[in-house]
Design a protein around this ligand. Structure first.
Ligand code: DGJ
Length: 719
C-alpha cells in the first residue's frame, strides 16, 4: 500500500490504491484536499506528483471543483458535500487537511483515514476509504464531529464526494415500482446536475434504487471499458448527485438524502455517514459484477460464503386461506419435491383481530387459535416429521390500526397529530426512533426463536412506505422531527444488531412487498432478499439480469409460482438462476410435472454451489437479443452451469440463432456438455465433449425456439 508522497508543509499526495485502481488525493497550496486522479494505478508512485499540472482544476469564476469533501458557505460554488449551521448561527465552513493515516487491516484490506478541520470553528471531518484490494472494491464514508459551545445543525452530510476527469460519462440508474423493480436507464451525462433519490422512508428502493453503473468514455459494456458499479448502502432516504461542470469533469456526491433531515449534532458526538460502496473494472461490467459479488459474499452479506435452503412457500398457494391441516398437507408436498424448508407466509397470527386479510392483525404476533390451534411448535414438529425445516413470515416494523398493538400503543406509530392517517395496504409504520419500539421488534423475533428453537428461517417483510412522517417519540423527547428519517434507519439497524448478536446465522430473507429493499447495509443482517413479487419468469429474466449487476445469486430468491402461463420447465429454469424456491400447490401438479420438478431440484442440489459461490458470466443480454444467456463457473473452472432463456420469438427468428460463445472456462481443457432439466425427452441436445477453446471461440448452438424456450446445460471438465 502506498503512503504519503511529499512533505506535509508543501503538498501531500495520498494515493488510495487497489489492485487495478487508484484514487489519488492531493493538498493544494492552501492545504485544501483535492481529488487529482481516478483510474488505473501509475507504475511509478512518484508520477502522481506530475498529475496536478496536467488538468485545469481551478476556474477563475467558480474556483475549486475537485475538493475531496466540498464545504459550503465559503469559496465553493458547486453543490456542497457538507453544509452546517454552527452553534452561533453562522453557515460558513472551510475544511483544511490536517493529517492522515493508513492501516493495513489484513493482507487484502486497508483503511485510509484523513482528517480535515475548519480553521475557524472547532469542527472536524474524518474521511474513510476502506479498500479491498483484490476485489477492487472501495468503501467510503465520513465522520463529523465538533467541539462548539452548543449543538450544530448538519444540513447536508454526504458520504462521498468524488471527481472524475474522463470527459464522457454514461450513467445507468435503476428505477421501477411494485412488480417492476430495477429497470435500467442509461444516459450520457450532460452539463448540470442530475439527482437520483428516495424520499420513501422505509422501503426506500421501491421507486429509485441506490445502485448505479458509471461508465467512462463509452456506454457500459460487458467485457470492455472502464466502469464503476456501486451503491449507497443506506436503507432509508438516499441521494446521488451527478454534476458535470463547464470543463466536462464530473462531481459525484452520495449519501443520506438531506430532504427533511437536518440533523442536530451535539458537542463531542460523532455523526457517521453510511458507506458508498463501489468497484471499478477496466474490463467492463462483467468483471465489475464478479468482483462485487466476491466482495459481498466474503465481507458483507450475512453468511455470504455459506449455504442456503431451498424452500416451498405457501403465499401464492393459499394466501390467507389456510389452517394447520392444510399446512401439514403442504409439508408433504415440500418433502416430495425435495426442498429443504417450508415457509409459512402471512396470515398465521392475530386473535382479537385475526389476520385474514391485509387490513387487520399486523402487530399481534400470537398464533391464530382457529387456524393454528396447536401453535407454531406443532407445525415445526410436523414439518420435521416430513424431513423439512420450518420458517415463518413476519412484518415487525408495521402495524394495522385494527390490532391490539395499536390499541395498546397508539403512540408507537408514525403519524401526524391532528391529520387523517394515510395508509398503504391498510397499515402504518412503527416509530423505530423509539427505543421501546426497537425492543418490541427485537422481541418479536426473540420470542419466536425462544419458543421454537428449531425455527429455521425468517421472511422479514416491510410493505409500507412512510407517509405523514412524524415521530411521537422525538416529539415527546423534545428532539427535532428532522431526525426522524435518519433515526428510523438507525433504530432498525440497532434492533437487527441485537437479533444477530443472539441469532448469528439463522437465514433471514429481506422482503419489502417485493423488492423495495435489498441494499448492502441491510444485507449485513440478512442472508438473501426477495427481488420482486413479480414472478412471471419472462419478466424475471430481465429483472434477475439487472439485479445480477450488483448482487451475487446466493442472495436473490427466485420462486416458481403460478403467476404466468409459461411452461413449468421455463419457470423452474429461470428460478434456478439464484436461490431456488417454489410457491405452488404441489397437489395440482401432474405426475409428469412433479417428476420433472423433483429431478430438477435434485440437479439443483448437485450444482447449487456453482450458482451460489461461483463466478457469473453474462453472455447475451435480453435487452439486446430475443433471449438471455449466462453461465456460472466454479473457482477451479472444472464445472459450469449454463442458462438460456427465450424472451421473444417474433418471426420464429430463434431457429437460426448462431452459437453462443461461452466464457470463464480453461481454453486447454476438455468439457462434457450435457443438457439437464429436460421435460420433453424428444428434443434433448446430444451430450458431447468439446474443448474449452472451442466453447469460448465458436460456442454452442442450443437450438432454442418457441417449443423449447429454455435450456440448462451442465458443463463438466473431463480429466
Ligand atoms: C408482500 C410480499 O412480497 C409477499 O411475498 C408476501 O409475503 C406478502 N407481502 C404477504 O402479505
Amino acid at each position: 500500500m502506498l503512503n504519503t508522497i511529499g512533505a506535509r508543509a508543501q503538498k501531500t499526495i495520498i494515493p488510495i490504491v487497489s489492485k487495478n485502481n487508484a484514487l489519488v488525493l492531493q493538498t493544494d497550496k492552501d492545504q485544501r484536499l483535492r481529488t487529482i486522479y481516478f483510474g488505473e494505478p501509475l507504475v511509478d508512485v512518484e508520477d502522481y506528483k506530475s498529475v496536478y499540472g496536467m488538468y485545469r482544476f481551478n476556474d477563475g469564476h467558480i474556483g475549486i471543483t475537485n475538493a475531496a469533501y466540498t464545504p459550503a458557505g465559503t469559496w465553493n460554488m458547486s453543490t456542497p458535500a457538507i453544509q452546517v449551521k454552527h452553534a452561533d448561527g453562522n453557515r460558513s465552513l472551510e475544511l483544511i487537511y490536517e493529517s492522515h493515516q493508513v492501516q493495513q487491516l489484513d493482507a487484502n484490506v486497508s483503511l485510509t483515514s484523513i482528517v480535515l478541520k475548519d480553521p475557524v470553528y472547532p469542527l472536524q471531518v474524518t474521511m474513510y476509504y476502506k479498500v479491498y484490494a483484490n476485489e477492487d472494491v472501495f468503501e467510503q464514508w465520513t465522520e463529523i464531529k465538533h467541539e462548539e459551545k452548543k449543538s450544530i445543525q448538519l444540513e447536508r452530510y454526504s458520504s462521498a464526494n468524488m471527481y472524475f476527469t474522463n470527459k464522457d460519462f454514461y450513467l445507468t440508474t435503476f428505477s421501477g415500482t411494485w412488480a417492476k423493480e430495477l429497470e435500467p436507464d442509461e444516459i450520457k451525462l450532460t452539463r448540470g446536475i442530475k439527482t437520483f433519490e428516495s424520499k420513501l422512508g422505509t422501503r426506500a428502493l421501491l421507486l429509485q434504487s441506490p445502485n448505479f453503473i458509471l461508465s467512462f468514455n463509452q456506454p457500459a459494456s460487458e467485457n470492455e471499458g472502464s466502469v464503476m458499479v456501486g451503491q449507497i448502502a443506506w436503507s432509508g432516504n438516499f441521494k446521488l448527485d451527478f454534476e458535470v461542470d463547464g470543463y466536462d469533469n464530473l462531481r459525484f456526491l452520495s449519501g443520506i438524502n438531506d430532504y427533511n433531515s437536518e440533523y442536530t449534532l451535539q458537542k463531542g458526538k460523532i455523526f457517521k455517514t453510511p458507506s458508498l460502496i463501489y468497484t471499478v473494472s477496466h474490463n467492463g461490467t462483467g468483471l465489475a459484477s464478479r468482483n462485487l459479488h466476491a466482495w459481498a459474499r466474503k465481507y458483507q452479506v450475512l453468511d455470504g460464503e455459506g449455504e442456503r435452503l431451498t424452500l416451498l412457500n405457501n403465499w401464492e398457494a393459499t394466501y390467507f386461506d389456510f389452517d394447520q391441516e392444510k399446512l401439514v398437507e403442504l409439508f408433504k408436498g415440500a418433502k416430495e419435491l425435495g426442498v429443504d424448508l417450508f415457509l409459512l407466509d402471512d396470515g398465521w397470527f392475530g386473535n382479537k383481530h385475526p389476520r385474514n386479510a391485509p387490513n387487520a392483525g399486523l402487530g399481534d404476533w400470537e398464533e391464530n387459535k382457529k387456524k393454528l390451534p396447536d401453535g407454531i411448535g406443532y407445525l415445526v414438529k410436523e414439518a420435521r416429521k416430513e424431513g423439512v425445516k420450518f420458517g415463518i413470515w413476519i412484518e415487525p416494523e408495521m402495524v394495522n390500526p385494527k390490532s391490539e398493538l395499536y390499541e395498546k400503543h397508539p403512540d408507537w406509530v408514525v403519524q401526524q397529530p391532528n391529520r387523517p392517517q394515510v395508509k398503504m395496504r391498510s397499515q402504518l409504520v412503527l416509530d423505530l426512533a423509539n427505543p421501546e419500539v426497537q425492543d418490541y421488534v427485537f422481541n418479536v423475533v426473540d420470542r419466536l426463536f425462544t419458543e421454537n428453537p428449531d425455527l429455521a428461517f425468517i421472511k422479514w417483510d416491510c410493505n409500507s412506505i412512510v407517509y405523514n412522517a412524524y415521530s411521537p417519540y422525538l416529539a415527546k423527547k423534545g428532539l427535532p422531527q428532522s431526525h426522524y428519517y435518519v433515526e428510523y434507519v438507525q433504530g432498525l439497524y440497532k434492533a437487527l444488531e441485537r437479533i444477530r448478536a443472539k441469532y448469528k446465522k439463522v437465514p433471514m430473507m429481506l422482503c419489502a412487498g417485493g423488492g423495495g429493499r435489498g441494499d448492502y447495509a441491510l444485507l449485513k443482517y440478512f442472508t438473501e432478499f426477495w427481488p420482486s413479487d413479480n414472478t412471471d419468469p419472462q419478466e424475471r429474466v430481465y429483472m434477475q439480469w439487472n439485479y445480477s449487476y450488483f448482487y451475487p445469486s446466493i442472495t436473490t430468491d427466485n420462486h416458481v409460482t403460478n403467476w404466468s402461463d409459461c411452461s413449468l420447465k421455463y419457470k423452474v429454469d429461470v428460478a434456478c438462476m439464484g436461490k431456488l424456491g417454489f410457491d405452488i400447490e404441489t397437489d395440482k401438479l401432474s405426475e409428469k410435472e412433479m417428476a420433472f420438478c423433483k429431478k430438477a431440484i435434485g440437479h439443483y442440489h448437485g450444482y447449487k454451489n456453482i450458482i451460489w459461490h461461483g463466478d457469473l458470466y453474462r453472455l447475451v443480454s435480453p435487452f439486446e437479443a430475443p433471449f438471455a444467456a449466462l453461465m456460472y463457473v466454479n473457482k477451479d473452472k472444472s464445472r459450469a452451469i449454463f442458462f438460456e432463456y427465450l424472451v421473444n420469438d417474433r418471426h420464429g427468428e430463434m431457429k437460426s440463432t448462431s452459437p453462443i460463445v461461452l466464457n470463464g472456462l480453461h481454453a486447454d481443457k476438455k468439457y462434457r456438455v450435457k443438457e439437464i432439466n429436460v421435460f420433453n425427452e424428444k428434443n434433448v441436445l446430444s451430450e458431447k465433449i468439446y474443448s474449452g477453446d472451442f466453447l469460448m471461440k465458436v460456442g454452442l448452438n442450443t437450438k432454442l425456439e418457441k417449443r423449447k424456450p429454455s435450456v440448462v446445460l451442465e458443463i463438466q471438465e473431463i480429466k
